[in-house]
Design a protein around this ligand. Structure first.
Ligand code: COA
Ligand code: ZN
Length: 310
């Protein structure tokens, strides 16, 4: 028997999900969910973000969160929008930094109150600081598949920003469909274009489900050769500046599909579902995930999850 091929999943719920939840989720509850995720086998996570507490009050406990997480088995990569965030994150014990810049000026201004060029001018200092501390930097690109203010984003703008990240020293890049505007042909074009231009740089895809296309987009990216995906427990998540009816791809939905297709995610689906159900209880609202409602394929395990459909 050949070993299953490996897929990497970057769990983004604790950052992308808790940042956009209308109420502040208490630090202890955030840490409980993070512990359940690590116990389920999550190996890399956007654990929190070091951003202005005035801009995103939900993330005001970033340092406490990072101080309380399990330090083994999982890489903790907080998101940072500027040098101040990078400094705070590294001082608080981040394993890796996720820098974020949007592929359109309009979204970058809405998100971090700077043009792309202004954000780029901070980048050199962030890379230098991370290098001194021996920590890798991920270059995340918001609205790479379309911008809620500008509409289409030219692919060349995506490649230009990717080039700035990679020539600055980014270890990898995340191409994010921040507001769920991608469709499979756009994904295939961008994944192929990126891989052709930057063959040595690992990349991840980050899909939101605002228009119901996220899982189709993931499948398209997979077929085009992508092997790293962002997902959020229960499907929570979203951009604080944009209204939405759905969040990220749910981690448990992604793990269910990929494992059934023969990929190895290293994550225990039942433990993940248990974590999603606990998250739902903590947040007090039905979440977007589907597998947390229907359960896995094994009828006995499914019956344990889904009491109404058996
Ligand atoms: N962490 C904590 N505080 C920060 C900070 C950071 N990374 N960056 C700035 N601040 C503080 C400043 O110290 C200053 O505090 P003060 O008013 O007490 O003096 C205040 O925030 C304003 O600083 P300034 O540099 O003028 O920032 P700004 O008001 O222009 O906002 C950002 C720019 C980037 C800090 C803000 O828009 C932000 O945090 N955005 C994050 C958005 C986000 O997380 N989106 C979702 C993820 S993609
Ligand atoms: Zn997102």
């Amino acid at each position: 028997m050949t070993a299953a091929r490996k897929i990497r999943i970057r769990e983004v719920g604790p950052r992308d999900g808790f940042q956009s939840w209308p109420e502040f989720v208490p630090t202890e509850r955030k840490l409980e969910v993070i512990r359940l995720l690590v116990e389920a086998g999550v190996q890399e996570m956007e654990t929190t973000s070091f951003v202005s507490p005035k801009a995103i009050p939900q993330m005001r406990d970033a340092a406490e969160v990072l101080a309380g997480v399990p330090r083994t088995g999982c890489i903790h990569s907080p998101l940072v929008p500027n040098l101040k965030g990078a400094t705070l994150a590294l001082d608080s014990g981040a394993d890796k930094l996720v820098v974020v810049i949007s592929a359109s000026d309009a979204h970058n201004v809405a998100n971090v109150r700077r043009t792309i060029n202004e954000s780029l001018s901070d980048l050199r200092a962030i890379f230098e600081l991370a290098r001194q501390r021996g920590k890798p930097v991920v270059g995340a690109m918001a609205v790479a598949f379309g911008c809620p203010y500008q509409g289409d984003v030219p692919e060349d703008d995506v490649y230009r920003l990717a080039d700035a990240y990679i020539s600055g020293g980014a270890a990898s890049v995340v191409l994010a469909d921040t507001t769920g505007m991608a469709t499979p042909p756009r994904v295939i074009r961008l994944v192929n274009g990126f891989a052709r231009r930057f063959p040595a740089t690992p990349y991840a895809l980050h899909f939101h489900n605002n228009r119901g296309t996220a899982m189709a987009n993931l499948y398209a990216a997979l077929e085009a050769g992508a092997d790293t995906f962002d997902a959020a427990l229960g499907g929570i998540g979203g951009c604080p500046n944009v209204p939405q009816a759905a969040g990220n791809l749910a981690t448990e939905d992604v793990v269910y599909m990929l494992e059934d297709m023969g990929w190895d995610t290293g994550i225990d689906l039942m433990k993940l579902i248990t974590a999603a159900l606990r998250l739902e209880a903590i947040l007090g609202q039905t979440l977007f995930g589907q597998v947390m409602k229907s359960g896995p394929r094994d009828p006995k395990l499914a019956a344990a999850v889904c009491r109404t459909c058996h």
